[in-house]
Design a protein around this ligand. Structure first.
Ligand SMILES: Nc1ncnc2c1ncn2[C@@H]1O[C@H](COP(=O)(O)OP(=O)(O)OP(=O)(O)O)[C@@H](O)[C@H]1O
Ligand SMILES: [Mg+2]
Length: 408
């Protein structure tokens, strides 16, 4: 438990403390205690049923967990693992390990990370080096580690669709049957791509026998409750009444994403702090929401392919320097040719250029409007940036390949 921050006398270190009491509660990755988890009783109990074997010293089942972002998949999986470990019956030892496949995205990394996490060197006398061994050597260490310590092991492979290799899934699920280990392994694989399993090759599919568990998005009431359960992140009396309902409403707009709700709430607190306000109010939430939108937008633009960036850069130049904010495709194309020439890039055909703009419209960066130029003029397309042109320009120029344009 963090000491009471009101005891800090030196104002230099008092950052945020008149707003926040325990900001950690709003951190991503923070695993809240059971009584702060909202509306997931059914998912928790279903997952526990699948893993029940482990607690009693038998083989647990494998589970594939699906659901959109921010629906509590990682949280519930970690929570159930924790409870399974604590509930293990006398004489049964359970090992649990969590792998973030966004980080450990190769087979070798995933296996070495599993071996390192599950190995207690003091008990096994095995040392698992961070790098330098072959994949098969890491598997060997993993099997030795498991045999030396656990009757049953539960492995969480989070964001499993980001692995560049499905072999881990196959080898872990076959370990018991293939006689690599004497204990058992249960796998919880998590993904937000519903077609993940269909895309796996047949060999992996047949060895990774599993049940599926689907997480629905939260509704606004649940999002509200999730935030109310963490309101002690703030000092007493600091949150004005409408802050949590408004954050919940924003987060429920696309789909009920609890991460987004908590991010907006934390950010609203930070904005209030920056403003040296005494309370967090509705307008801080609105600012936080706008900020989140901008972040999302920046991510879209900075992740765009180089040619798309050149096209967007052309549109930003027109938006900043020419009159009006919507421009005919032909106008944008002329400017795009200048950008490409200056940056020494290939110039795409008008047709492919149009496709790029269409794609950007689909992503919500550009808006395309049809205008009718009378019977002889036919239909023309006008392109407009949805966000502020300066923001788009700054984001594009962060790309080293585009940076030279700044001097133009
Ligand atoms: N039911 C809940 N009760 C309390 N907090 C929750 C609940 N669901 C999610 N959260 C919180 O919301 C955030 C996002 O949850 P989590 O990371 O589990 O989502 P996820 O489904 O794994 O999303 P992603 O697919 O993006 O990884 C976390 O900070 C988590 O603590
Ligand atoms: Mg997750």
């Amino acid at each position: 438990m963090a000491p009471d921050s009101s005891s800090i006398d030196d104002p230099l270190f008092d950052a945020g403390h008149h707003i926040f009491a325990n900001k950690d509660l709003l951190k991503t990755g923070h695993v809240p205690e059971a009584d702060r988890i909202v509306g997931r009783d059914e998912e928790i109990s279903k997952l526990a049923t699948r893993l029940n074997g482990a607690v009693h010293g038998y083989s647990p089942e494998n589970v594939m967990v699906y659901g959109k972002t921010g629906t509590g998949k990682s949280l519930v999986s970690r929570h159930v693992c924790q409870r399974a470990r604590n509930a293990a019956q006398d004489g049964v030892t359970i090992g649990t390990a969590y792998v973030d496949c966004a980080e450990d995205d190769t087979e070798t990394q995933a296996v070495s990370s599993l071996a390192a996490k599950l190995n207690d060197e003091a008990e096994t006398g095995i040392s698992v080096p961070h790098t330098g061994l072959s994949t098969s050597k890491y598997y060997k260490l993993l099997w030795e580690t498991l045999d030396a310590q656990y009757d049953s092991t539960i492995v969480v492979l989070d964001e499993v669709d980001l692995m560049d290799d499905d072999s881990v899934l196959m080898k872990l699920s076959r370990a018991e049957e293939a006689g690599k280990i004497t204990g058992s392994i249960g796998i919880i694989a998590i993904s937000n791509k519903i077609q993940y399993i269909d895309d796996l090759n047949e060999r992996v599919k047949s060895s990774f026998q599993h049940k599926e568990l689907f997480f629905k998005p939260y509704d606004a009431n649940q999002l509200r409750e999730i935030m109310y359960n963490r309101r002690d992140a703030f000092r007493e009396g600091v949150l004005s009444e409408d802050v949590i309902p408004l954050s919940a409403a924003f987060a429920a707009q696309e789909h009920g994403d609890a991460r987004k709700a908590i991010d907006i709430l934390r950010h609203a607190g930070e904005v209030a702090f920056e403003e040296e306000a005494d309370t967090v109010r509705e307008h801080h939430v609105r600012q936080a929401q706008q900020h989140a939108e901008k972040d999302r937008f920046r991510e879209l633009v900075s992740g765009a392919p180089t040619q798309a960036k050149a096209a967007l850069l052309a549109l930003t130049e027109l938006s900043i320097n020419a009159s009006g904010d919507a421009f005919l495709t032909s106008q944008v194309y002329d400017q795009y040719e200048r950008v490409c020439e200056f940056l020494d890039m290939d110039v795409l055909s008008v047709r492919r250029f149009r496709d790029i703009l269409k794609e950007q419209a689909f992503l919500g960066v550009v808006e395309i409007e049809k205008i009718n130029k009378g019977s002889a003029g036919g239909i023309h397309l006008q392109n407009r940036l949805i966000e502020d042109a300066q923001v788009v320009r700054e984001t594009i120029l962060e790309d080293a390949r585009m940076g030279d344009w700044a001097s133009e």
